[in-house]
Ligand binder design. Structure first.
Ligand code: GAP
Length: 543
């Protein structure tokens, strides 16, 4: 079966009630997504597993739920007001914004770049071909490229340039431009007059001229207060982490925590991203699951802690969520990519359908930067007193694992998506979620709509609702084959079928008071007594 495409996942999510486009009846709001009934169950389970793994199962961890709105000084102290910015350019023609570091990828994925690639062979391209391309194919694909708007001017300076350039060679019949890369070529095609402007960067969307990159702050600003224009400027938090730092003393003192210890929280964060996209991968409103693990740098070896957190984060993604090992890799940040506060960062990357991308920060070593900054800006001491030596006061250092709930849920969806060829040649789509994550645990399916059969199935359903904590679905509509198909597509691990055998009307289907349990993955069907059902199900979830 072919590798999963993002479109397949987006379509299944909409069709089956996982994720819908935001504000759809108003034509949507770009890059906003609403979690439907199954999506919210799935994301809640991802969050529940995270909380269990990191907070409940670790004795040195506690939780927190801080406000989204914080005193604006928090963001001055953290450095977000001054330096939480992307370098962006805007297109002088279509006005779209482009993040400088996203430009190469956006261009490479554009239709016009791919069309141009067909002309570009072995680092050579003839001016005649380029002129023809500018006058024809590129007209609709990149209408604002200089070579499209004014082909003769661009071609004539290119010809002149060829005469002089040492790298260019002149063929006897044609002018041939020899360039080291396509990226170099497109700058030539975006430029009308080299002498006056120098080479220009083309817009990935329309080919128009991009302005030189300028910093753009990513925080959403709003006002607190009831009179417009007279309120205080405040921000929607761009990360949950700062809520933890400002509560460091409250938590450590009220909970009598001893170093090393960690505080975790899950909550919304907002960033006015310049290039959101790829479904829920990058959005402007998203949720984070973050930990700040405080330690005494004189008593702990930071390198050891760093490795431990890397392993714990990977364990969560791989073993707890069940994401396939072959789609995961660790990547250490290069020194020039590190955030202003970080001394080291390692990401976990996932092999998304659009390429390898950051899934989460397995760990970042933030040193004592944040606590020190908050001491400076608030004027309050945030020092920790050594419980064994009251004279010894220190500012703890921190390790920070940081996960995006939406991005992790997206990876879970992509990883679970499977198309399987059955023996009869049919293809079934099945979401092979880990059984702890499936939005529905068990479906109860009466074989037909006959009243007394449905009544028996309802009895079984009510018994499960009363005696277990399972999330159930009861479905009577459509043929049994179609209902199995739907349950496969939403990833329900077990289906219970109540048939005419169950009600003593067809001994070939089974004995009275027995039902069939169907396993999503193996497709095995097992006949069990209703009285043994709870024990059977408990056994299944135990493994
Ligand atoms: N406190 C550190 C911090 O916020 P980050 O690498 O900017 O670090 C951590 O964000 C995680 O949050 C990312 O690995 C990703 O999972 C998620 N995330 C960040 N920006 C996001 C966005 N615009 N949309 C969805 N998830 C995002």
């Amino acid at each position: 079966m072919p590798a999963t495409s993002l479109d397949q996942v987006v379509s299944l999510c909409k069709r089956r009630g996982f994720i819908f486009p935001g504000s759809e009846i108003y034509g949507g709001l770009a890059n906003t997504w609403d979690y439907g009934p199954l999506g919210v169950e799935l994301k809640n389970r991802v969050k529940r597993e995270w909380w269990n793994h990191f907070i409940h199962k670790q004795t040195d961890m506690v939780g927190l739920d801080a406000s989204i709105l914080m005193n604006p000084k928090v963001w001055e102290a953290s450095g977000h007001v001054g330096s939480f910015a992307d370098l962006i350019s805007s297109c002088k023609h279509c006005k779209k914004m482009v993040r400088e570091d996203h430009w190469p990828e956006l261009v490479e994925n554009s239709h016009w770049f791919q069309s141009l690639a067909k002309l570009y062979r072995n680092e050579e391209v003839s001016l005649l071909d380029l002129k023809a391309w500018g006058e024809k194919d590129a007209k609709t694909l990149a209408p604002n490229l200089a070579i499209v708007r004014n082909p003769s001017v661009t071609i004539s300076w290119l010809a002149e340039f060829l005469e002089n350039a040492s790298k260019a060679t002149k063929d006897s019949n044609e002018d041939i431009l020899i360039l080291s890369s396509m990226k170099e070529l497109i700058k030539y095609l975006a430029t009308e007059q080299l002498a006056t402007t120098g080479l220009l960067m083309p817009c990935p969307y329309c080919g128009g001229e991009l302005t030189p990159p300028k910093p753009f702050n990513l925080m959403f600003k709003t006002q607190q207060g009831v009179i417009e224009g007279e309120g205080t400027d405040i921000y929607l938090r761009p990360e949950t982490a700062q809520g933890i730092f400002v509560n460091f003393l409250n938590v450590s003192q009220s909970m009598r925590m001893r170093l090393p210890f960690g505080i975790g929280q899950i909550g919304k964060a907002f960033r006015n991203e310049v290039t959101p996209g790829n479904f829920t991968f990058r959005t402007r409103e998203f949720e984070q699951m973050e930990i700040e693990y405080f330690f005494d740098p004189e008593r702990e070896d930071w390198k050891k802690l760093y490795e431990q957190w890397k392993a714990r984060s990977m364990e969560f993604i791989q073993d707890v969520l069940g994401i396939s090992k072959e789609n995961l890799r660790l990547r250490d940040h290069e020194p020039d990519e590190l955030a202003h506060y970080a001394k080291g960062t390692t990401d976990i990357e996932y092999n998304f359908p659009f390429g390898w991308g950051e899934l989460c920060a397995a760990v970042a070593y933030r040193s004592d930067y944040d606590l020190k900054q908050h001491e400076k800006f608030s004027g309050q001491s945030l020092q920790y007193t050594d419980p064994d030596d009251a004279q010894r006061k220190i500012t703890p250092h921190v390790m920070e694992p940081s996960f995006g709930s939406d991005r992790v849920t997206l990876a879970v969806l992509i990883d679970a998506y499977t198309e399987e060829e059955l023996e009869n040649g049919d293809v079934r789509t099945v979401m092979k979620f880990d059984k702890r994550l499936s939005p529905i645990d068990i479906a109860i399916l009466p074989l037909s709509k006959k009243e007394h059969l449905v009544a028996k199935a309802k009895e079984v359903h009510e018994m499960l609702l009363e005696h277990t904590n399972l999330v159930t679905d009861f479905d009577v509509t459509g043929s049994i084959g179609k209902r199995y198909r739907r349950q496969d597509e939403i990833g329900t691990p077990l289906c219970i079928t109540v048939d005419f055998g169950t009600i003593g009307e067809d001994s070939e289907q089974g004995d009275p008071d027995t039902v069939t349990i169907r396993d999503r993955d193996t497709l095995e069907q097992k006949r069990v007594k209703i009285s043994d059902l709870r024990a059977e199900i408990a056994e299944y979830w135990k493994n």
